[in-house]
Design a protein. Sequence first.
Length: 539
Amino acid sequence: MSYINVTIDIKQRLFLLFTLTATYVSFGQGYENPILPGFYPDPSICRVGDDYYLVNSSFEYFPGVPIWHSNDMVHWEQIGNVLNRPSQLPLFNCKPSNGIYAPTIRYHKGVFYMVVTLVNENKAYQNFYVTTTNPSGPWSEPIKVDQSGIDPSLFWDDDGKVYFQSNRATKSSDPRAIYQSEIDLNTGKRLSEIKNLWNGSGGSYVEGPHLYKKDGYYYLLTAEGGTSYGHTVAIGRSKSVWGPFESCPHNPILTNRMSYSKLQGTGHADIVQAKDGSWWMVHLAFRPAVDGIHFIGRETCLTPIEWKTGEWPIVNANGQSDILITKTPPNLKSELPKPFSQLISTDFDQPIGFEWLYLRNPVPSNYSLNERSGYLRLKGAAASLYDLDSPTMIARRQQHFNFQASTKMDFNPKQINEEAGLTIMMDNRFHYDLYISQVNGKRVVNLRYTLDAINQVMRQIPLPDGAIDLMVHGDKKMYSFYYKTSNGTPMEIGKLNTRFLGTEVSGGYNGVIIGLYATGNGISASVNADFDWFKYQPE
């Protein structure tokens, strides 16, 4: 199985287009956020004619930087992943929430540019960009830029000069601010010194810069306050591309801090003008579950802007940014075909879809769709779910509080070190695992929790021979785990709290993923795990 050649069947494509990424649409009145539910943070957007393209952060997961297409900014279809070759995205020993930070997508004279930061194991920042004439790919090999910091962006001025922005100059110890240099777009080499443009509006963790030119002003957008409950968006402007930048008198222009909003942590934004002249902002936010804990991840939202000539932008002048937006985006239709089903089913009889992820760079020989027809075969490697390595695992994002996920697995371990099953994972330190292993010569199903230094098998039940279904039901409070033998009914093995996988507990920037895995826990497994199908159903 190739992890580069991914496709998606027509039923699944229509479901993703009409339902999965527009779960909260209310036709005739607008739409409801998030427009991309689940672990899709740090959105950046550009428009080419009637088409919109959007990218997100992906951190330690491969392939990196999902890319989306839309005609109305509400219904999105994933058309690929920008970084889908190890030469573009080396993730060896990448720590949780390192890897790919905050991409920016731009289009200029027939070419798409995606610029991004790779944070590696020694916390060094490497900024680079890749290019293509077809946003579905392939994208070029990276062109590196000699400027530090995270959240890079590109800006083309009217005279053809290209400027690069990030939140540090040459080293990670530089004060957090927005820095800029002119670059040679062909080589990535700097053509100027790096200059501090703006220290922001007064918030902490100044980052996420995007530069725009409108009505004779250069507008500099920033994220401030840290990507949690204090997150904000601010803006400054100047008559010169090099500043000084004046802070908007009503900064922050977007925030839900100190509110009872269903969406929290609103920030890290990008701005786009629609073909009809209206202005829109994409930004991240998260939905807390219980007691302020969020675990699905930071999600992509859309909010209208009022931006009159020569004036400062006003974000969502009508309020209610987390509920119903009364201003309808261009081209949003009053009717769309109904989805075939609320069920996303992967039968593993063809290449997997773009939504599937690997943890760091996968070893292709550990995955096969051909060795057993109609099955995904996982060959358990020495790497386990706990290691800063690439265990044999494929995963998709949890996108709804209430959902069911299930799989049918054929696995008969021969050694006590061998296991395979289903994992609910925030990162390698925090995950819940429902898996089959061998104990005293007998096959058993296990429910285990790993919470940093705490690792415990909660329950263990003997199994008969044959394939087994593994299932998890989720809601805001609990994950409920089940197993089913070939002739049996689903049996609950246990429940575990969602809160302990939450960002406020685990730290980092990720959201929960649902994975299928196999491992030999230190040595290669002697037998394979075969998965017949996987199903994900929002409830």
